[in-house]
Design a protein around this ligand. Structure first.
Ligand SMILES: [Zn+2]
Ligand SMILES: [Zn+2]
Length: 172
């Protein structure tokens, strides 16, 4: 949904909407719901609210797909993009609030939702905190069965170093 800044009334706007933004590499399994409060002060627009939905991610340990619900609070201050060229920006940065910019008098709620989704996705997604991952020897999913492979803890480079140290001790 696109919001025309000049149409935001003095008393502000309460909006509820559902959207499924397109994001590369992110599968959205449930449309995202946004409950937003929008206020305006001159050219500045404040957006506050809750964004919730669900995405499907791939676990970085066992490589299985899993669903992750997202619920994110958003609090943004929007300024016209034209301000970027002015010195005012320096002052904006001192503000506690997150600052974003709008173009051509329009704020796109899809962008707000997309940003919140991207912020909520972990760098290394895990299906569960204690996911055991995949056996490095046979590739079995260790969450399902224990294959019994013996995984040598010592890195081959370390083994070379150890034998070198042993030899040094002998000679010294
Ligand atoms: Zn996993
Ligand atoms: Zn194994």
């Amino acid at each position: 949904m696109k919001i025309e800044v000049f149409e935001i009334p003095e008393e502000g706007l309460n909006i509820e909407l559902e959207e499924t933004p397109k994001i590369d590499g992110v599968k959205i399994t449930q449309p995202f719901k946004a409950v937003l409060r929008i206020e305006k002060n001159g050219q500045e627009v404040f957006v506050k609210g809750v964004i919730s939905g669900e995405v499907e991610l791939q676990c970085s340990r066992c490589l299985k797909d899993y669903k992750m619900p997202i619920r994110s609070l958003t609090e943004l201050s929007y300024h016209p993009i034209e301000e970027l060229n002015k010195e005012e920006l320096v002052e904006l940065k001192r503000d506690e609030m997150e600052v974003d910019f709008y173009r051509e008098g329009l704020i796109d709620t899809e962008d707000i939702i997309r940003d919140q989704i991207l912020l909520s996705i972990p760098m290394k997604p895990l299906c569960s905190e204690d996911c055991k991952g995949i056996c490095p020897v046979c590739g079995t999913d260790l969450n399902e069965i224990n294959c019994g492979c013996i995984v040598k803890e010592i890195d081959p480079r370390m083994a070379v170093l150890q034998s070198l140290l042993r030899r040094m001790k002998k000679n010294g």
